[in-house]
Design a protein around this ligand. Structure first.
Ligand SMILES: *[C@@H]1O[C@H](CO)[C@@H](O)[C@H](O)[C@H]1NC(C)=O
Ligand SMILES: *[C@@H]1O[C@H](CO)[C@@H](O)[C@H](O)[C@H]1NC(C)=O
Ligand SMILES: *[C@@H]1O[C@H](CO)[C@@H](O)[C@H](O)[C@H]1NC(C)=O
Length: 226
């Protein structure tokens, strides 16, 4: 690639950076676990679901300034369900650069959450708060076995303002959570159009600069007939 193409690619990347921030976690989905239709089910946790078919959630997430008790702000929990076992995925959170926030994303398998007192406690608090919100839930999937994970998102406001109202209760931050499978476990699927675009742009400007060079070269070498 020549210099011009490189600059174009850089410019496109910078432009994409300027408008939105992203934080992401990359993971390989666990083997399917069997889900008993009797007994307690994951539905009862009332967590929002993200699945490969319904792979993005737009949300207004509560944020708080870090405190001694909550060094990473406020917690929210989600379930990543109906995953393809042993596939590489990433989950991204995207938010506007105008709402400065620090995010931490973690994925945990079910046994990890249920065996870690700190996590199960945080999940229980969130789940309890969710019960009061009437949220239409997908009725349990038909599958008896499913690859699933918990997604733990922590959001801490990261700005300073002389406005006391804002400092006392930072506004909720608008985010999009996206589940993205990797193609051949190497490349996030949703970035494919961007990659194709950048390559097309690079090839296009390479061809164009070649043409310009040729024209410049031939015009400077043209014999002067005047
Ligand atoms: C995806 O999720 C949204 C919000 O939870 C829901 O309204 C919508 O019906 C879902 N779409 C599908 C195809 O399941
Ligand atoms: C769950 O996660 C823990 C910690 O990451 C890991 O040690 C364990 O093997 C995982 N269990 C399953 C069933 O994937
Ligand atoms: C502080 O911020 C709040 C919320 O954005 C706004 O309604 C209020 O007018 C602001 N107060 C001052 C003094 O700017």
């Amino acid at each position: 690639m020549n210099l011009q193409a490189c600059m174009t690619v850089l410019f496109v990347l910078l432009l994409a950076q300027a408008y939105a921030n992203t934080e992401k976690v990359i993971f390989v989905s666990p083997p399917a676990v069997s889900i008993t239709s009797s007994g307690p089910s994951f539905e009862q946790l009332h967590l929002p679901h993200i699945t490969p078919k319904n792979s993005s959630l737009r949300l207004s997430l509560p944020a708080a300034f870090p405190s001694e008790k909550q060094s990473r702000g406020l917690d929210t929990w989600y379930m990543l369900r109906s995953l393809n076992p042993s596939q590489r995925y990433e989950v991204r959170v995207c938010w506007a650069a105008t709402q400065p926030t620090n995010f931490w994303l973690d994925v945990y398998n079910t046994s990890h959450v249920f065996d870690t007192p700190d996590l199960i406690q945080k999940l229980a608090i969130f789940s309890e708060a969710q019960q009061t919100i009437e949220r239409p839930q997908r009725t349990g999937s038909e599958a008896l076995e499913e690859s699933l994970l918990f997604l733990h998102v922590q959001a801490a406001a990261d700005f300073f303002s002389t406005n006391r109202t804002l400092m006392n209760s930072p506004p909720a931050v608008d985010v999009e959570l996206i589940l993205d499978p990797y193609l051949a476990s190497a490349f996030p699927r949703s970035l494919l159009p961007t990659a194709v675009y950048i390559v097309a742009l690079a090839v296009g400007s390479w061809v164009l600069s070649g043409m310009i060079w040729k024209r410049l070269f031939s015009s400077t070498n043209k014999p002067h007939n005047d």
